[in-house]
Design a protein around this ligand. Structure first.
Ligand SMILES: NC(=O)C1=CN([C@@H]2O[C@H](COP(=O)(O)OP(=O)(O)OC[C@H]3O[C@@H](n4cnc5c(N)ncnc54)[C@H](OP(=O)(O)O)[C@@H]3O)[C@@H](O)[C@H]2O)C=CC1
Ligand SMILES: CC(=O)N[C@@H](CCC(=O)OP(=O)(O)O)C(=O)O
Length: 313
């Protein structure tokens, strides 16, 4: 039977992104809510329980409320919010981590990844697993993101700003208690939460996380880190470990955070030398950082080729 799919929050940034991926596929049936009733709880509950897979593309509180509407034991939820990412009954939807692909296939409660957090975890987890990065390393990271990461409200803010008003990048989350910290710690294997500094810039989408490291506190050099990443992601359709010391990784010395836009690809880099290393990863925050990974998780859960409908670029 053709799987029935419903997107709750279909007119939000992530919901629209998922719709773009799915609307032309003929291997699924997309259920649509009448736009005027999209906040009508009874109608949403009907569609949620009618579907095989439901994407929740809502703020955290609304996601928790929507999850409580499920009474069909066969319904699988893929939640885009932060609400369930460290919840013990939910599976973390990052299939590239060891063991997660099988868990996603079997689970009916899948917490889709966060854009900053998944990028960070993809860099750090293989190195902790390999014993190259000590789990007690006092890690810091920063992220440069496009404004669509802030959803409809931030998009409207940037796109209606007068010329010059929001041109300069803006660091935020300066309480250093960003909501992604628990997820970053749990799924990377770190013993403590990292210091994390996100920065939003005046470009629509694209994201890169940088993790600076001192080689003296590692159990290997840049080459060893790079080899470990290559080994961990061997055969992964959406992960590219980029060549070490390759000047083509840069454009006249500058790193392009938008180079994976409109794909579900994530690219990992190891920069630096004998004393200092910077791990950097980039992706499309609306692609592999949100809607693309949600569709990848749906494909895996349904037993469909996981690259279906997604671009490697
Ligand atoms: N944007 C991004 O890059 C990423 C976002 N996420 C996460 O995905 C989730 C959605 O984010 P995003 O798409 O950016 O957000 P948006 O603000 O763009 O969209 C949110 C959607 O939720 C709907 N909504 C809000 N409250 C309710 C409610 N009580 N009942 C029903 N519908 C409601 C809105 O409806 P209406 O149309 O009526 O406004 C809107 O369609 C968030 O939890 C976010 O953290 C995750 C990764 C990346
Ligand atoms: C620019 C901006 O505000 N970005 C969002 C990131 C969105 C994202 O990562 O999604 P989740 O919140 O679901 O993880 C933020 O930092 O909270």
């Amino acid at each position: 039977m053709t799987p029935r799919i419903y997107v709750d929050g279909q007119e939000g940034t992530t919901g629209l992104g998922i719709f773009d991926y799915l609307h032309q596929r003929d291997d699924i049936e997309l259920l649509r809510i009448d736009s005027a009733r999209r906040r009508d709880v009874a109608e949403r509950a009907r569609l949620i329980n009618d579907a095989d897979v439901v994407f929740l593309c809502l703020p955290d509180d609304a996601s928790r409320e929507a999850a409580a509407l499920v009474d069909n034991p066969h319904t699988c939820l893929i939640d885009a919010s932060t609400a369930f990412r460290t919840h013990p009954d939910w599976t973390y939807g990052l299939p590239e981590l060891a063991g997660q692909r099988e868990a996603i296939r079997a689970s009916r409660r899948i917490a889709n990844v966060g854009c900053h957090a998944s990028t960070f975890i993809l860099l750090v987890r293989p190195l902790i697993d390999a014993g190259l990065l000590p789990a007690d390393y006092p890690l810091s990271a920063f992220s440069l993101t496009g404004y669509s990461g802030g959803g409809k409200k931030m998009i409207a803010e940037y796109e209606s700003a007068s010329r010059g008003e929001l041109d300069a990048p803006r660091p935020y989350g300066l309480t250093l208690a960003h909501k992604h910290l628990p997820e970053m710690q749990r799924h990377s294997g770190l013993e403590q939460e990292p210091v994390f500094n996100p920065v939003v810039g005046n470009f629509r989408k694209g994201l890169a996380v940088t993790v600076p490291l001192h080689v003296a506190h590692l159990n290997g050099d840049a080459r060893a880190l790079h080899r470990a990443l290559e080994r961990y992601y061997e055969g992964e359709p959406f992960v590219r470990v980029m060549p070490l010391e390759d000047e083509h990784n840069l454009d006249r010395g500058f790193f392009d955070v938008t180079a994976c836009n409109d794909t579900n690809r994530v690219e990992l880099f190891v920069f630096g030398g004998e004393q200092r290393v910077a791990l950097v990863a980039r992706l499309d925050n609306l692609g592999k950082g949100a809607a693309g990974s949600a569709v990848q998780n749906m494909n895996i859960h349904l037993g469909i080729d996981e690259t279906t409908g997604l671009s490697v670029g």
